[in-house]
Design a protein around this ligand. Structure first.
Ligand SMILES: Nc1ncnc2c1ncn2[C@@H]1O[C@H](COP(=O)(O)OP(=O)(O)OP(=O)(O)O)[C@@H](O)[C@H]1O
Length: 266
């Protein structure tokens, strides 16, 4: 699925949180949405998964206008994995994953063997088959995210939105979740804070600053020291990693920066 965002603007109480954002996520791409705290990443994504209603602009899923679709149809096309993973009731992992079947069913329609098969396949794919009957709330953060990814798999959505999916996860689970997302190959847009992870996994990056799009392109094109300084207010050295060939960013704290400048002057 190709996703096109056109001139998306969202205001609240006369404050413009995102303004005229235009981005494209092409079939099978993983696009990273980066930007400092408060730059509008979650607001943009919430407009795209219809928790918020934009003031202006459009989103097209292939040729279909997202804002003209029913919510049920939207749920068949768009899956969301966000960082908020608490649930109010004591659901099992399997219950949570089963919820992904809802947009495909009528009210009170019983689950079929086909539904069970799809759910078990998804649990197996994310490595949680053994946890199927465990309580969701007892899972580790990484396992919860994997369960939510399994839910989006059974949803059979063609566009995956991830809002800081690796937040609060330790590095092993961060890599595991990103490996999984990459391996799925679903057209995906992910808000990410870790720029090295974004550089490693994403096909392209889009950068927000104060609600506006300020750059987009491959990680190599986007992650330049000048941009990091301008957008995040930090100094950084960018190298190409000898093993992975990917961009690697070393952030330089102000104290180190002063030391380097001092040496250069001497
Ligand atoms: N309901 C609201 N009313 C007023 N301002 C809001 C509201 N929701 C968000 N904001 C403001 O909009 C801006 C963008 O917030 P948003 O959560 O989209 O940023 P973000 O880039 O996802 O940030 P973070 O990286 O911290 O998660 C922030 O300044 C935030 O305070």
């Amino acid at each position: 699925m190709n996703v096109t965002v056109k001139e998306l603007t969202y205001r609240i109480q006369n404050k413009t949180l995102i303004e005229a954002i235009g981005i494209e996520v092409r079939e099978g791409e993983l696009v990273g949405l980066i930007g400092p705290n408060g730059s509008g990443k979650s607001t943009l994504l919430k407009n795209m998964y219809r928790v918020l209603e934009p003031d202006k602009g459009a989103v097209f899923l292939d040729q279909q206008d997202l804002f003209r679709m029913s919510y049920k149809e939207t749920a068949r096309q768009v899956a969301v994995v966000s960082q908020e993973t608490s649930v109010s009731f004591d659901f099992t992992v399997k219950d949570i994953v089963f919820m992904g079947r809802n947009p495909h069913k009528k009210m009170f329609e019983p689950d079929t063997g086909h539904d069970h098969e799809i759910v078990e396949q998804a649990l197996s794919r994310v490595g949680l088959l053994d946890e199927a009957h465990s309580s969701f709330s007892t899972l580790s953060g990484g396992e919860k995210q994997r369960a939510l990814i399994a839910r989006s798999l059974v949803q059979q959505a063609r566009f995956l939105i991830l809002d800081e999916p690796t937040n609060h996860l330790d590095i092993r689970y961060q890599l595991q979740v990103m490996d999984l997302v990459k391996e799925l190959g679903i057209t995906s847009l992910a808000a990410l804070h870790d720029l090295n992870i974004a550089a490693f996994y994403c096909d392209r990056l889009v950068v927000l600053k104060a609600g506006r799009l300020v750059a987009s392109g491959s990680p190599e094109q986007v992650l330049r020291p000048e941009l990091l300084h301008d957008v995040f207010g930090v100094s950084a050295e960018i190298t190409s990693h000898p093993l992975t060939g990917k961009i690697s960013i070393t952030f330089l704290p102000e104290s180190v920066n002063q030391l380097i400048e001092g040496r250069v002057k001497r």
